[in-house]
Design a protein around this ligand. Structure first.
Ligand code: ADP
Ligand code: MG
Length: 256
C-alpha cells in the first residue's frame, strides 16, 4: 500500500514546499521509499532540489503525463534526489489549468489516473499549487489525505474556511472521502502577538479535538537546508529542534 498525501493550501508563502521537503525527508528517514511530487507550475520544489533541466524538459514531462495519464508511466518521469525520488514540475504546467478545462474529460481526475497502478513507493507526498483551481483539485482527489500548512494569522483562518468549502464540494461531486490528517502552523516566531495567539487558538479549537495541530517554528536551519536542496534529515544538515516535530508528523501519516 502506498500512502498518498497532499500538502495543500491555496495561499502562497505558507511553507507548503518547505513542509513537503521535510515530510518527504522525515518519511525517508523512517526507511520508507518516498516520491515527492511537484504539482506547482512555479516549480519551486523542483528548483530547490536542483532539477532545473527536468523543469524545462519539452517532452516526457509531468505536463504531458498530466494531460494523457494512460500513455505515461510515472517511473519514466522521476529523477533521483539524495533522500527521495522526485516527479519534477514542468514549465508548461502554467497552461495546464486551461488545458484541463478545455479537455473536458475528467479534468480533475488526471492525477488519480496517473497514480492508479503505482505501488513502488511506500509514500507519495504532493506539493500543491497556491490556488483552488483544477491542479489543486487533482492533488486532493488523487491523494484523499491532506496536510494543511497555515500561518498563524487571520488570513490563514479565512483560507482554511475556503479550503474546507472546496473539499466539501469535491466530496459531494465525486462521492469520495477527503481526510485532513493534520494542520501545520508554520514559520512561527515566539513570543506570539495577539493575532498569532488568536489564530493558533482558533486552529486548535476548530480542529484540535480530532486532527493534530503541529507548530513548526521559524528556524534558520530549515531555510538553510531547503536552500541547499535538503531536508532537516539530509546528510550533514545542521541540528534543528524542529526535526522531532517533522518526525512526529511522519510517524502519524506513515500508516494513514
Ligand atoms: P509555499 O510553498 O507555501 O509558497 P515556502 O515553503 O516556499 O511556501 O515558504 C515560504 C518562505 O518561508 C521560504 O522562503 C521558506 O524558506 C520560508 N520558510 C518556511 N518555513 C520556514 C521555517 N520554519 N523557518 C524558516 N523559514 C521558513
Ligand atoms: Mg511552494
Amino acid at each position: 500500500m502506498t500512502v498518498k498525501i497532499g500538502i495543500t493550501n491555496q495561499k502562497g508563502g505558507v511553507a507548503k514546499t518547505t513542509n513537503t521537503i521535510n515530510i518527504a525527508g522525515a518519511l525517508a528517514d523512517r526507511g520508507l521509499d518516498v516520491l515527492a511530487v511537484d504539482a506547482d507550475p512555479q516549480g519551486y520544489l523542483t528548483h530547490r532540489l536542483g532539477f532545473e533541466d527536468a523543469y524545462l524538459a519539452e517532452e516526457d514531462s509531468f505536463y504531458e503525463a498530466f494531460k494523457d495519464p494512460s500513455s505515461y508511466d510515472v517511473h519514466d518521469l522521476v529523477v533521483q534526489h539524495a533522500e527521495f525520488d522526485l516527479l519534477p514540475s514542468n514549465i508548461d504546467m502554467f497552461h495546464l489549468e486551461q488545458d484541463l478545462i478545455a479537455a473536458g474529460m475528467k479534468p480533475r481526475l488526471r492525477l488519480q489516473m496517473l497514480f492508479e497502478d503505482v505501488d513502488e513507493w511506500d509514500a507519495i507526498v504532493v506539493d500543491a499549487p497556491p490556488s483552488l483551481g483544477p491542479i489543486n483539485d487533482n492533488v486532493v482527489l488523487a491523494t484523499g489525505q491532506l496536510l494543511v500548512p497555515v500561518e498563524a494569522d487571520a488570513s490563514s483562518q479565512l483560507a482554511v474556511n475556503h479550503l474546507l468549502r472546496q473539499l466539501d464540494t469535491l466530496e459531494d461531486n465525486y462521492g469520495t472521502r477527503i481526510d485532513i490528517l493534520g494542520l501545520i502552523v508554520s514559520n512561527v516566531d515566539y513570543p506570539l502577538d495577539n493575532e498569532q495567539r488568536d489564530a493558533i487558538e482558533w486552529f486548535e479549537s476548530r480542529f484540535g479535538e480530532h486532527i493534530p495541530v503541529h507548530v513548526i517554528r521559524r528556524r534558520v536551519a530549515i531555510k538553510r537546508a531547503v536552500d541547499a536542496g535538503q531536508s532537516l534529515f539530509g546528510d550533514g544538515v545542521d541540528d534543528c529542534d524542529m526535526r522531532d516535530v517533522y518526525a512526529t508528523i511522519a510517524a502519524e501519516v506513515a500508516d494513514a
